[in-house]
Every structure is written in C-alpha cells, then in structure tokens.
Design a protein around this ligand. Structure first.
Ligand SMILES: *Cc1c(COP(=O)(O)O)cnc(C)c1O
Length: 375
C-alpha cells in the first residue's frame, strides 16, 4: 500500500490542474496581485453560493475573527463567550484585543458548544458569542440566536471548519450566515482551501460590512483618510483565482468527504472501544475532520501502532483552551470543563480528504481491528 496521507492536496489539484494553472497564469499576466478582479469576483461568487449580501475577503481565518471583533467596537474587558474545545485562534483574537475570553464546555456527542452553559456564563459585560462549527457540523444556532437576542449580544460564527454546511433548524441557511458575522479560513487543508493563506467574513448587515471592509484596510474608507485604527489584511489575487475554481467543486468535495465518513462508519462502527462521529440533527456534516472517541485503551500506543503500519492519525485537540499556558492568567475554573477534559484525552482523527480510496479505508480499518485484537 502506498503511503496514506492525512490530507491529499496534491491528488485533489491533479484533477483540476489545467483550470487552476490557467487561472494562476492569468493573474500573473494581468499582474493583479492584490485587490484584483479575481478578489472582487470571488467575493461575489462566494456571496451568491452562501446566499449572503456581503463577503469581505481577508488574509486568513484568524484575521477574519479579529476583524469581526474590531468591527463591533468592543471595549477592553468586555466578555466574549466561546467553546473550550476549539483551535486556539478563536480565543486568541479575543485575548489579543484586550477582551476577556469566557470559555464554556461542549456537548460530549457532537463536540459543539453546550448552549445550556452559554446563558449561565452571561454577565453585564458579555458582548458577543463565538460558536465554533467544529469538525464540519453547525452549532445549535436557534438557541444561540435566541440567547443573543434576549441579552442583546453579537454572534460571530467561526465557520473555518464548516464552509458549505447546511443548517436544518428553524431557519435553512448556510453555515456562517445565521449570526451577525460569519468568519472562515481558506487554509489549504480546509474544505475550501487555497494554495497559501486566505480568509473571509460574511454579513447581511450593510453597516457592518462597510466597517469590516474599513478595518481590514487600515481603517480607510476614502484613500488615505483613516477613520478607524485598522489592520492590513487582504486576500491576494492568485489565491482568489484558485478559490474561484475550487468553489465550483466545494459541494462535490463536501459530499466526497461525507461519503468517506459513511464508509469509515460502516468499517469501524462495531468496534466496542471506539465511537464513530455522532451527527447533530441540526445540520449536515461536511467532515472537515473525522474524529472518533476512544474508551479504555492507551491512545499513545494505538497511534504508535498505526504509525508503524503507515496510518497517520492526529489529535484535534490535545489540550483544552482553559489549560493552555498562555491563558492560565484568566483563572478559568478547572472543574468547569469535564467534557472537554475527557475529549482531549480520548479523541483521535483519521485521514479525511477528497481523495481517499476504499482500499485505503479498508486497510486502515483492518489495522485498527488488529490493534484491538492484540490488546
Ligand atoms: C483554521 C481555523 C481558524 C484559523 O484560520 P487560519 O486561516 O489558519 O488563520 C480559526 N478557527 C478554527 C476553528 C479553525 O479551524
């Protein structure tokens, strides 16, 4: 068996090489390297795909989250609620802006923010909630929007892992278009990835859109007049041209991932020591990651065993945010996150991408079964 990859970006590129190469060449020929036509067209095409009025492209997903918070005019010390079980970027931007990250635990089945805990953590200083649509499923936006309306809070969706997912709650919308602002990342391994860094924000609020555009561009609405202190965060032309090509394939990519997930489910579903990913009834799952829970075995030994068999396996995420060294000074209550604590010790993610073959998946499943037979 040839080596199995955690993510196979080259295989995916090979299938659309001619289109991608031509798109890149065109940007070079036009020297529209920054803020060119492709960026504008990509923003319009993504807006159309998502069914949202305004898309503002930026340099990466972390910037998108930061710009979103900056656009809301929050004051130092204001509190922003987010999940304890996520990539650091979500909490990092809150901390960077002098705001206070307020972490809440997640649901043990879906790994998504536990909405019952959100309301318990609201104080007079709470200004925003950032739900994370982790691994490709959408958080309970009905509940989150209800709580936000009641307490007059902003909702910023961290949609870096769920671009293209559909919400099936009381509203039928695309992930990232339900809250006041949606943020996403086009990091190469994301479901819609470019060939470098990229990100975007979405909103239906015209005033917010104007503000976001200004913040992302040195606080400038008219050239060399700076009304806000902003940042410099832009998507370059080559990335936009690549994303325009790949956006056409996003639905196919997401269904290829979901198909691979169903195959894993059927191959691994009856192994008692592991639990295949749960599905929320509130959205489809576009499987940014295929993440399982283990029970009662040595995870390190398991991963080492798979590694020797040529099966890559990653842990998203090994340390809860409330235990990250740089965040200890916030004095989080170490007893408040039993689910995240347990997940960080037991989860593991198998290779998930658009190029997985049945032969690869069968081989991986056999290796996993072999480990538990031996154990
Ligand atoms: C990838 C990711 C980000 C950050 O995106 P970058 O483009 O890498 O800055 C933010 N939040 C989550 C949940 C992510 O997975």
């Amino acid at each position: 068996m040839h080596s199995i990859k955690m993510v196979d970006l080259h295989g995916q590129y090979t299938k659309i090489k001619a289109e991608i190469d031509q798109a890149i060449q065109k940007v070079i020929d036009n020297t529209s390297f920054v803020k060119g036509e492709d960026v504008q067209l990509f923003e319009a095409e993504l807006g159309n795909y998502l069914g949202i009025d305004h898309v503002i492209a930026c340099a990466n997903g972390t910037d998108a989250l930061q710009i979103a918070l900056m656009a809301l005019d929050l004051k130092p010390g204001d509190e922003v609620i987010t999940a304890d079980f996520t990539f650091i970027a979500t909490a990092e931007v809150i901390a960077l802006l002098g705001l206070k990250p307020v972490l809440v635990d997640v649901d043990p089945e879906t790994f998504l923010i536990d909405t019952q805990l959100i309301e318990k953590n609201i104080t007079p200083r709470t200004k925003a909630i950032i739900p994370v649509h982790l691994f490709g499923q959408i958080a309970n936006m009905d509940e989150i929007m209800r709580i936000a309306q009641k307490h007059r809070l902003f909702v910023i969706e961290d949609n870096a892992q769920a671009i293209g997912a559909d919400y099936y709650g009381s509203i039928n919308k695309k992930a990232g278009t339900i809250g006041h602002i949606g943020c996403t990342s086009f990091f190469p391994s994301k479901n819609l990835g470019c060939f470098g860094d990229g990100g975007a924000l979405f909103t239906n609020d015209e005033k917010l859109a104007t503000r976001i555009r200004s913040v992302a561009n040195h606080g400038m609405t008219r050239r060399y007049y700076h009304d806000d202190i902003g940042i410099n965060s832009r998507l370059d032309g080559i990335q936009a041209a690549i994303l325009r090509v790949k956006l056409k394939y996003l639905d196919d990519y997401n269904s290829q991932r979901a198909n691979a997930a169903s195959i894993y489910d059927s191959l691994l579903g009856d192994i008692s020591e592991i639990t295949v990913p749960n599905r929320t009834p509130l959205s489809n799952h576009i499987f940014h990651q295929y993440t399982l829970k283990g029970d009662g075995f040595d995870r390190e030994a398991f991963i080492q065993f798979l590694k020797e068999k040529g099966v890559p396996c990653m842990i998203y995420y090994p340390v809860p945010l409330h235990m990250q060294k740089a965040y200890l000074h916030y004095d989080f209550d170490n007893n408040a996150f039993p689910v995240t604590d347990a997940l960080c010790k037991t989860v593991f993610s198998l290779p998930m991408h658009t190029e997985l073959t049945l032969a690869e998946q069968t081989y991986m499943a056999n290796c996993i079964k072999e480990f538990f037979l031996k154990a």
